[in-house]
Design a protein around this ligand. Structure first.
Ligand SMILES: Cc1cc2nc3c(=O)[nH]c(=O)nc-3n(C[C@H](O)[C@H](O)[C@H](O)COP(=O)(O)OP(=O)(O)OC[C@H]3O[C@@H](n4cnc5c(N)ncnc54)[C@H](O)[C@@H]3O)c2cc1C
Length: 416
């Protein structure tokens, strides 16, 4: 490792590897460091179709097409009573190649993006942990890191990109993290072999199933090799407080979801259950002199619509452009490095609104769509990830009164 680089990227997840690849591609000296040994396990397996455009820019579309990853064409919602919504087939809305996406094992997927960053010219090291970001006053000037052999080193750079995920190194150091109280959720998930899979295109769908108490929901994500990722999400207190071991909670909630029980009846669980909690937060500043946040280090909303990896890729891409431009013009202020964040936040806002609608008691997307069928396209667009255009939030003008009414019935806030 050298003593200095133009750019150091912390974290070899989708956000960090994307930023590092696109910056190195421009001939900028770039160091990408990942704490864990790659490939490493990670949650977040279902992609949104709009990831397509970043894959195209990264030059990995063919790798995705030739991979073993299950093809995802649709999403379907199943109510607590077992009533199934019409599947949202992305290609019915837009019959182009970009409407199909994938369900990915994150270890292999992240490894592929990490290797791609190296192919594009970034110097990539795993098992290398950044212990601190170095500042000169307000300006980030480099990082202190510990290599696999335990050796500590300080490395200077002109820009630090923080893609450290939920660890959000810079946001923690500068006290920028802001939890989203309405989304204090927890998740317990595991992997089944041999769960039900339809033979047609819908077999690759993500299913979102409410339990019959409506207090929790499950994701059902079909992966390759006959494995299905099945996770339950609910409020932290409800899911984890005074309920015993995660395995007991998981089984109990499975019992509350007959539509899911039926699908896993012949399946066998493999490996351990995993638990995550309080993963939703924003940051109140996203860039400063010599630094910028991307991916989960920037913020994370909720797993319900599988938007995390898409937003990680997108923010990695937008930040990369801002960094390259800043380096060219020798202007590495927070304003320059974060010049994309307002538009990005507007797009994230629409996903956040959709998340809030999902969690609003007494509100039903089905009922709303029956009365406003012309919004079907807008809703499918949001599920695809098309949130970065002026009409993205059109449907909320009509949906807001329903959300307010539903929220008033239960006394909860419908703002997002
Ligand atoms: C329960 C749950 C379910 C989810 N399901 C989905 C889903 O179905 N689809 C979806 O798109 N998203 C999903 N997500 C979100 C998704 O996991 C994240 O949004 C995504 O991984 C963010 O990518 P990232 O690159 O920002 O961060 P990460 O993927 O977390 O990568 C960050 C990397 O930084 C490394 N790192 C951390 N600290 C340091 C350090 N000090 N030095 C060096 N390296 C460091 C970490 O080891 C890690 O590899 C889910 C999230 C949760 C909590």
């Amino acid at each position: 490792m050298r003593d200095s680089y133009d750019c150091i990227v912390i974290g070899g997840g989708p956000a960090g590897s994307t930023a590092a690849a696109l910056i190195a591609q421009q001939g900028v000296s770039t160091l990408l460091v990942e704490r864990d040994k790659m490939p490493r396990f990670h949650v977040g397996e279902s992609l949104m179709p709009e990831t397509y455009w970043t894959f195209q820019r990264l030059g990995v579309l063919d790798k995705m097409r030739n991979s073993q990853f299950v093809k995802k064409y649709s999403v379907q919602f199943i109510s607590g009573s077992g009533k199934e919504s019409q599947p949202f087939y992305f290609s019915e809305h837009d019959p182009r190649d970009c409407s199909q996406t994938w369900q990915v094992e994150r270890a292999g997927f992240d490894q592929m993006l990490f290797e791609n960053a190296a192919e594009q010219g970034a110097e990539c090291h795993d098992q290398t942990r950044v212990s601190d970001v170095l500042f000169d006053g307000q300006r980030a000037t480099g990082v202190r890191l510990r290599q696999a052999d335990g050796q500590e080193q300080e490395i200077q750079c002109r820009v630090v990109i923080d893609g450290s995920g939920q660890h959000s190194l810079i946001a923690h150091r500068l006290g920028l993290r802001q939890p989203i109280p309405a989304l204090r959720k927890a998740a317990v998930w595991g992997y089944f072999r041999g769960a039900e899979r339809l033979p047609d295109e819908h077999g690759g769908a993500t299913l979102i199933l409410h339990t019959n108490t409506r207090k929790a929901w499950f994701w059902y994500i079909p992966l390759s090799d006959d494995i299905t990722s099945v996770g339950v999400v609910s409020d932290v207190e409800y899911l984890l407080k005074d309920r015993g071991a995660p395995a007991d909670v998981y089984c109990e909630e499975l019992g509350n979801c007959p539509a899911l029980q039926r699908r896993v009846a012949e399946a066998k669980m493999e490996g351990e259950l995993h638990v995550a909690k309080e993963f939703s937060y924003t940051t109140r500043q996203h860039a400063g002199d010599g630094w910028v946040l991307i991916g989960d280090a920037f913020g994370f909303i909720d797993p319900i619509y599988s938007s995390g990896v898409f937003l990680a890729l997108k923010s990695g891409e937008l930040a990369a452009d801002a960094v390259v431009e800043g380096l060219r013009n020798n202007r590495l202020t927070g304003a320059q490095l974060g010049n994309w964040t307002e538009e990005f936040k507007q797009g994230v806002h629409w996903i956040h609104r959709l998340v809030t609608a999902f969690y609003t008691d007494n509100f039903s997307f089905g009922m709303f769509m029956k009365e406003h069928p012309h919004h079907q396209g807008n809703l499918t667009d949001l599920l695809i990830g098309r949130v970065f255009h002026p009409e993205a939030g059109e449907m909320f003008t009509d949906m807001d009164p329903y959300l307010r009414q539903s929220a008033a019935k239960t006394g909860m806030s419908a703002s997002g």
